[in-house]
Design a protein around this ligand. Structure first.
Ligand SMILES: [Zn+2]
Length: 169
């Protein structure tokens, strides 16, 4: 699925960040969400799980510069806006690949382990996957996720730093 773009109009890099935060909420510039699905069949005789299939789909929503609000950004700001958007895109894609990697590992293990187990055990397995996905997200925010722009008299520096804990679902 293509990324869902949230259009943001801005004249400077700081405007872009401020308007983007307003539209996304908090300090966010994007969001990678997932849907986790489990399909199980139960043996009618033993009442135990016969087969389980887990599936994961991810969706990226991120801000996109859609043009100036009032005045065209100067060269420095235009470049900085582009850099912010690209850094954020890369960050959300890292969330996606992290989720997929974590999920893939657990999927293989749990689909095997759950055969012959009680159908109620499926709930715990789903919980385990969700917790692992959250940990993966929090891990990423130990090094990235917070994008800032500093204007030093016309020279703009865009930086990504650690977002810190608590931003993941
Ligand atoms: Zn993030």
């Amino acid at each position: 699925m293509p990324d869902k773009l949230v259009n943001v109009k801005a004249d400077t890099a700081q405007d872009f960040l401020d308007n983007a935060h307003k539209l996304m909420g908090g300090d966010k510039l994007g969001d990678t969400s997932y849907d986790l699905d489990a399909k199980a069949s139960v043996d009618p005789k033993t009442k135990k799980i016969k087969k389980v299939t887990f599936s994961l789909t991810t969706t990226i929503k991120r801000v996109h510069w859609s043009g100036p609000a009032k005045a065209k950004p100067d060269k420095e700001n235009a470049a900085a806006i582009k850099e912010i958007e690209e850094l954020n895109k890369a960050h959300e894609e890292e969330h996606r690949s992290g989720y997929e990697k974590t999920f893939k590992k657990l999927k293989a293990k749990l689909e095997k382990d759950l055969v012959g187990k009680d159908p109620d055990d499926l709930k715990d397995a789903v919980k385990d996957i969700k917790e692992a996905l959250k940990d993966t997200c929090e891990d990423l925010h130990k090094s990235g996720g917070m994008i800032t722009a500093t204007d030093n008299g016309g020279k703009i520096t865009v930086k990504e730093s650690a977002e810190g804990p608590g931003g993941c679902q």
